[in-house]
Design a protein around this ligand. Structure first.
Ligand code: ZN
Length: 75
């Protein structure tokens, strides 16, 4: 399922309802990798920032009606 960074209007494949997806920022392996890389490149002070900013996170979309997982948007 193709989803964007924002809440998307689509028909849920599970409950067949037209819903606005629930977008949740999740921390992924990529987030940890970026943090580790920042540590290596002397930006260790900035590393915790990675966990606070949305730019390093993926957005997981779920159905607000049935809580079905719809898809993940990877930045
Ligand atoms: Zn649903």
């Amino acid at each position: 399922m193709n989803v964007g960074p924002e809440s998307t209007r689509l028909v849920c494949p599970n409950c067949q309802m037209e819903v606005m997806t629930k977008a949740t920022a999740i921390t992924t392996t990529k987030t940890h990798l970026i943090a580790i890389l920042m540590c290596l490149f002397c930006c260790w002070i900035c590393a915790p920032v990675v966990y606070c900013t949305d730019c390093a996170r993926s957005i997981e979309h779920t159905c607000p009606s049935c809580n079905n997982y719809i898809g993940t948007y990877d930045r």
